[in-house]
Design a protein. Sequence first.
Lengths: 168, 241
Amino acid sequence: MSASPAIEAGTVSAREAAASVVDPEIRVITIDELGILRAVEEDSTTGRITVTITPTYTGCPAMDVIRADIRRALAVAGHLDAEVRTVYSPPWSTDWISEGGRAKLAAAGIAPPAAVPAAGVVPLTLAVRCPQCGSPETEQVSRFGSTACKALWRCRSCSEPFDHLKAL
Amino acid sequence: MNGPFDFALALGDDALVAAQRLAEWTTRAPEMEEDIALANIALDQLGAARLLLSYAGELEGAGRDEDALAYLRDDREFRNALLVELPNGDFAVTMAKLFFLAAYQLPLYTALAGCSDERLAAIGAKARKESAYHLDHGALWVKRLGDGTEESHRRMQAAVDEVWPYTHELFAADQAAPVDPATLRPAFDETVGSVLAEATLTRPESGWAPAGGRTGVHTEHLAYLLAEMQVLHRAHPGAKW
């Protein structure tokens, strides 16, 4: 395996390496864009890297793979002494998905989530637009989809079924 | 229940046993979307169970981790409420159980999110978001079946009548617990009242109130469930894959 010039020059920071890991279940978006990468810290004396992540859902089965992928990405970038910590507070919210991440989801045919309503506010349900044709004429088929974080929808205009990342 | 250990154990056992029961529907639900929904809800419950049992193990300080607590205790050592161990019955019974459990867990986790124990507060804040989806889903089916055909109405009412007595145990007062379950009853009653009314169902009279789960005295159904859940772990101690 040949390392890229940037890696050989040792310029890939631990932060960049961890941030480049893609979500194993939604492979178009990185864990950084998804908002589950909470911190990357380097101990100034030992050089040990501590990466902090948080799950989307408590039972997310992808967490073990994500931890392994982070360690592998860090090792490739030369950071061999690394630890991945998992925290649950504050709880992940779809509001943490970056603008770039939302655009990538939509481009991959996954309708991004709406903003999470603040506590006490009566939620106004906005139409979910079809990521294929842009039509607001869509309907929910099932509020639980192919992964814990997605619901299954269908477009009434173009008849395409699509995934929708649930606001959480 | 009284201290944080017993409390975390009871809540963790509720979630674990509920997850195991819901998983029995996998590949058997009435439609594909429902199959996926029930498996997803089971996964959420399992996620909460892992956090709660891991924490219970730390509080106990006897070296038991989540696996030791899940797989190496017998039925008399489990602290789940009887409601979650009841057999799935028909789809209406499963929905009645799902709805009542979520109507209890949502205010429970919400109250937990504000309690003084930091770990329990973090778990509550995380799990309540998922519970809100479970409650939506259960309520949707209770309404659809209750206000559906004559036959679906009959079966949903029968399911509510069958499961209702087991809800009382969830709210047994315990002032020493991080959240006193008795304080959750008004929120539960309000949710149940409005959903049953919309579903054209009658709320049963409260009378018989079986209990015992929180002290380890269970129905005959739990031991069978545990036997299936634990057999692999006990046959191959420490196995990894």
